[in-house]
Design a protein around this ligand. Structure first.
Ligand code: HEM
Length: 128
């Protein structure tokens, strides 16, 4: 039997949407993430949460080997006006890892997802 994709092992659209629901609420409330004023201009507005959850869910479905469904910008364009530095990226990365722990995602799937996130660091970090 072929190995299941990470998408399938994370519970498909329901599992991923459920995790992103928790994650985005935590990111919007995270003081370290919101220390960047350009990030706070977006994450400080509760009305942005539903659309952002939709986009991050679809991105995560595609990035983990699920069906093509992401309609947003690529990761360079999505972040190029935000001056995200290494510490800003690390703050989000820590919140993602904490959310996966909080939800009880098993070690192998946790590590695989965090490797995907880390692989996008050069596209997201655009400040000196
Ligand atoms: C690999 C890590 C990351 C992923 C997968 C990711 C994913 C996304 C996605 C899918 C969007 C929506 C793009 C669109 O509107 O078309 C987005 C936008 C955004 N991201 Fe990220 N992101 C990451 C890292 C970060 C970090 C580190 C920060 C802040 C420190 C951040 C802050 C934002 C903000 C504020 C927006 C909204 C920009 C706007 O429309 O005004 N992201 N991100």
């Amino acid at each position: 039997m072929p190995e299941q994709s990470l998408y399938e092992r994370l519970g498909g659209a329901y599992g991923i949407a459920g995790a992103v629901d928790v994650l985005v609420d935590r990111l919007f409330a995270n003081a370290a993430v919101n220390a960047n004023p350009a990030v706070h201009a977006h994450h400080g507005v509760p009305a942005n949460a539903p659309g952002y959850k939709f986009l991050v869910t679809a991105w995560s479905i595609e990035a983990t080997g699920g069906p093509k469904c992401y309609i947003g910008e690529d990761m360079v364009k999505a972040h190029d006006e935000l001056s995200i530095d290494q510490a800003g990226f690390d703050a989000v990365k820590m919140e993602i890892a904490a959310t996966l722990n909080f939800l009880g995602v098993p070690g192998a799937e946790h590590d695989e997802f965090m490797e995907i996130i880390e692989s996008y660091r050069p596209q997201v970090v655009q400040a000196a």
